[in-house]
Design a protein around this ligand. Structure first.
Ligand SMILES: CCCCCCCCCC(=O)SCCNC(=O)CCNC(=O)[C@H](O)C(C)(C)COP(=O)(O)OP(=O)(O)OC[C@H]1O[C@@H](n2cnc3c(N)ncnc32)[C@H](O)[C@@H]1OP(=O)(O)O
Length: 253
């Protein structure tokens, strides 16, 4: 019964364009210093089941470097297209980001109640601002592309002073997966192919550009390039294959 209700809600969320990408309980550490979330009607959760709204982790916080803030401001400005050229390229929008995925992804029968309460999105599970993944994704649905501004924190170290390859894979999976989800609905990563071209210094800000390559039946292929913030240096390039799933796949149905 609970499983059926869960599936119904998940399907509804996807039908509604995945407006709800996450759920969080109480506001968490560091919240007091954060600027108030900007109202964004298109992305508002209509029936919020908790007393406090969730923290949107993609908004600026005190850990952001001037470069991170500059790029955030740059892409935020593109969200308000003014010139004809900008309008032709289609609207950009900032995607909010929470520390839980779907409410019922934690309500499935294969997860215990303890796990349900403790489950957190991998990229948003460190509360200390700036310690791990600081990122914000801007989507251009018309161009079928997105860009993520990513600041890699000190907990993501791999080689001394540089970002761990697994952390780079994680941000690539998240960004390409987000684009695939927005374009094709519920998907799972079937294949990621990553070329590490030059190391990313810890604490630096990079751009993760993703674009649709093709859709073939249930398969959505996305390409990805991680560059320095001025675009001059290629750090990583990758391709991702995402396969559309029936949401019941996540619940063993
Ligand atoms: C807004 C939300 C943002 C969320 C962002 C977070 C992104 C994070 C995403 C993830 O990390 S997901 C977690 C990691 N992925 C998994 O755990 C997936 C595990 N694998 C599976 O569940 C299944 O293998 C999968 C759903 C991917 C496919 O199984 P299916 O049984 O549904 O599909 P099937 O095997 O019939 O394959 C369908 C097509 O895909 C192709 N395919 C499947 N796996 C492939 C593969 N690995 N490589 C190449 N092609 C593959 C397959 O050949 C076939 O092609 P054709 O239609 O042309 O015949």
């Amino acid at each position: 019964m609970m499983l059926r209700q869960g599936l119904h809600l998940v399907r509804k969320l996807y039908r509604d364009g995945f407006k709800l990408t996450g759920l969080a309980g109480r506001q968490s550490l560091g919240q007091a210093q954060l600027p108030a979330p900007q109202p964004d009607r298109a992305l508002t959760v209509s029936s919020w089941p908790f007393s406090s709204p969730p923290r949107d982790y993609s908004l600026p916080n005190e850990s952001w470097t001037p470069e991170m803030q500059r790029l955030y401001d740059h892409y935020s400005a593109l969200c308000e297209a003014e010139t004809e050229e900008e309008k032709k390229r289609g609207p950009w929008r900032r995607l909010p980001s929470y520390n839980r995925t779907l409410k019922y992804a934690t309500g499935g029968r294969c997860l215990s109640k303890v796990l349900q309460a403790k489950a957190r999105l991998f990229t948003r599970n460190i509360e200390e601002p700036g310690a791990s993944f600081e990122y914000v994704v801007f989507l251009n649905k018309q161009e079928k592309s997105c860009v993520c501004v990513f600041q890699a924190g000190h907990l993501l170290e791999g080689p001394p002073g540089h970002v761990h390859g697994g952390a780079i894979a994680t941000i690539i999976d998240s960004v390409t997966g987000t684009l695939a989800t927005y374009l094709s609905g519920p998907v799972m990563t079937a294949n990621l192919n990553i070329n590490y071209r030059s190391p990313i210094p810890l604490g630096s800000v990079v751009l993760v550009h993703s674009a649709l390559e093709k859709v073939e039946g249930r398969k959505t292929s996305i390409s990805c390039r991680v560059t320095s913030s001025d675009g001059g240096k290629l750090h990583t390039d990758a391709t991702g294959l995402f396969v559309s799933i029936n949401v019941g796949h996540l619940f063993g149905a």
